[in-house]
Design a binder for this molecule. Sequence first.
Ligand SMILES: Cc1cc2nc3c(=O)[nH]c(=O)nc-3n(C[C@H](O)[C@H](O)[C@H](O)COP(=O)(O)O)c2cc1C
Length: 186
Amino acid sequence: MKLLLNHCSVRNYLPTRISQDLLDEILYSGIRASNTGNMQLYSIVVTLDEEKKKTLAPCHFNQAMVLQAPVLLTICFDISRFYKWCDASNTTADFKNLLWLLNGTIDVSILSQNICIAAENKGLGICYLGTTLYNAPEISNVLHLPVGVVPITALTIGYPATSPEKTDRLSLDAVVHYEEYKDYNE
Ligand SMILES: Cc1cc2nc3c(=O)[nH]c(=O)nc-3n(C[C@H](O)[C@H](O)[C@H](O)COP(=O)(O)O)c2cc1C
């Protein structure tokens, strides 16, 4: 609870590397999350290489943390892998519709947030990059994503260089509705 209640996005990072063991532990904590029918409708592309980050930076409107953070994760909806499994099992399926994109987006979101919590639990900072959806086609080209794999979000992860101020939130009674939705006045 303490960890969750103290969350802040981190946009400035130290150059300290994240060990492969720690990264694996964090990623594995991510994929342990609930997901649609255990189909795991996602793939994670890890970017560590400086040159690759430089290529991706303009896709994120050159937000400085993309180059500064030691690890950049691009988290994608992935129906391609499941299609291959269906083909191999001689099953036909049609997942080319909004429902499955939404299911996959939920899987991506839960996975991503598990990764964030695991990373924060290990003293790392994270920030989501909403720019991923704005420039999904360009990001897909840079990361060689096949048809059926769509970048939904990205995360910068690293040891924090600064401690950001906590942002505020609406109070519970402003966002929680018991039994029925109560509409808002001005
Ligand atoms: C889907 C999503 C996209 C975001 N995109 C960006 C972004 O592109 N750049 C950025 O600096 N912060 C981004 N953020 C971080 C939010 O601005 C931040 O979570 C929000 O302002 C609340 O602040 P806090 O996380 O420090 O509590 C994003 C967060 C989410 C969940």
